[in-house]
Design a protein around this ligand. Structure first.
Ligand SMILES: *Cc1c(COP(=O)(O)O)cnc(C)c1O
Length: 407
């Protein structure tokens, strides 16, 4: 088993004072580096809100990601100026398109609204009457073809516009499914491995039938190249989340692709009203913040960042792996949240706690920490959403709680 001394050595820089590892160990010296100093009015404190160390990932419920300094500064600076909303979208759309090899782009209220607005654009084109009529599809096409394994809850973004989903499995199914009502063929990138038709063939089938294609690649950077890969492949519309790994505003996303379709999609979005997208407003601060987040993300040293993630995962793994009955495993999801994950599992004969209780103790500790379940006797965590130095806090707290639960 891991002796206290050994654990101390492993956690090297951590100030573990007091008796046996346990409650009451001050964490002051391993305080994470926050990017923003507390203002005079600290609303987190004032409202008694729980802020936490996010070792779970980019979950919407956990507010997903934190914006880097460049983005915060952009938001603060532009918030003191009036600019015409369409002019912001025009300029930012050109810049994002250039960065991602698309004809055109627009900032939306998340990947979800990119899909709603993109589908609306496909259905209505620039016909104002049709735009005001959605989701009533009288006089418009009304079906979107989706592979069976891609037909998940995310298709609700499409059906918001009034379309129905037509499921297919094979290329022959696609040929049979296409009819005069078919508007588009949609592809859910993270489900690609479980579908029978891959990207290139999907696009080729759509071309054969003269149909536009849309891909949902919401959480599918890294790798950064995915930001242009699907435009280069020939998808007509590409939808991405802004507030996941790109670390733009949580409520922003990108719709990019064919100029005519993106322009049509914008006609359903603010500042125009009387449209299906009027509630999907993105303010100028978020639009410009999204642009700067994307630009910053693309330009960063991705190899260096990956190495930092691996080092942090190794630090946490080292802190717990010598505890008797504990085993760790590193994995990287092939698509979506493609970053290193650490699974920490234990033998309940030696460590008497289940994952729910461990997560509860981490959540209720100080600082509060969120990790995810890895099964009954395991938790899983990732480090790409941690602030600097927080990996040490995570390592120390998990080691502490596992040791406390030793039989
Ligand atoms: C997160 C996600 C969405 C929604 O994206 P938002 O940016 O939160 O609107 C859509 N599709 C997939 C696959 C996602 O992971």
């Amino acid at each position: 088993m891991l002796s206290r001394r050994k654990l101390l050595k492993k956690l090297g820089t951590l100030p573990l004072v007091g008796g046996v590892l346990g409650a009451g160990i001050p964490l002051s010296a391993v305080k994470a580096e926050t990017m923003v100093a507390a203002p005079k009015r600290n609303v987190i404190k004032e409202l008694g809100l729980r802020s936490f160390v996010n070792a779970a990932g980019t979950y919407t419920a956990m507010t997903a990601s934190l914006m880097p300094d460049e983005v915060i500064q952009t938001i603060n600076f532009t918030s003191d100026h009036y600019i015409m909303l369409d002019e912001v979208q025009d300029k930012v759309g050109e810049k994002i398109a250039e960065l991602c090899h698309a004809e055109y782009a627009t900032v939306t209220a998340g990947c979800w609204s990119a899909m709603v607005l993109g589908t609306a654009g496909v259905l209505t084109g620039k016909d104002r009457k049709k735009i005001s009529q959605l989701p009533d599809l009288t006089g418009m096409k009304s079906q979107v073809i989706v592979q069976k394994s891609h037909n998940t809850g995310y298709v609700h973004a499409l059906t918001n516009t009034g379309v129905e989903i037509v499921e297919v499995e094979t290329a022959a199914d696609v040929d049979r499914a296409v009819n005069s009502k078919t508007a588009m063929m949609w592809f859910l990138n993270y489900q690609a491995p479980s579908g029978k038709i891959q990207h290139e063939e999907w696009i080729a089938l759509a071309k054969k039938h003269g149909l536009p294609t849309m891909i949902d690649m919401a959480a599918d950077v890294p790798p950064v190249e995915n930001l242009w890969k699907y435009n280069d492949l020939g998808f007509d519309l590409v939808c991405v989340s802004g507030g996941k790994a790109i670390r733009g505003p949580q409520s922003a996303g990108i719709l990019m692709g064919r100029r005519d379709l993106v322009e049509a999609a914008r006609l359903s979005a603010p500042p125009r009203g009387g449209t299906i997208g009027r509630g999907m407003k993105v303010n100028k601060e978020e639009i410009l913040g999204m642009y700067v987040a994307l630009d910053t993300y693309i330009k960063k040293d991705h190899d260096k960042e990956w190495k930092e993630w691996e080092d942090k995962i190794a630090l946490i793994s080292d802190a717990v792996s010598d505890i008797e009955g504990v085993s760790t495993e590193v994995s990287v999801p092939p698509i979506a949240n493609h970053t290193p994950y650490l699974e920490i599992g234990w033998d309940t004969g030696k460590i008497n706690i289940d994952q729910g209780e461990l997560r509860k103790r981490l959540r209720e500790g100080s600082p509060s920490i969120e990790v995810i379940s890895g099964g009954d006797n395991a938790v899983k965590l990732t480090v790409f959403m941690l602030r600097p130095k927080e990996e040490k806090i995570v390592a120390k707290r998990i080691a502490e709680e596992l040791l406390k639960a030793k039989v």
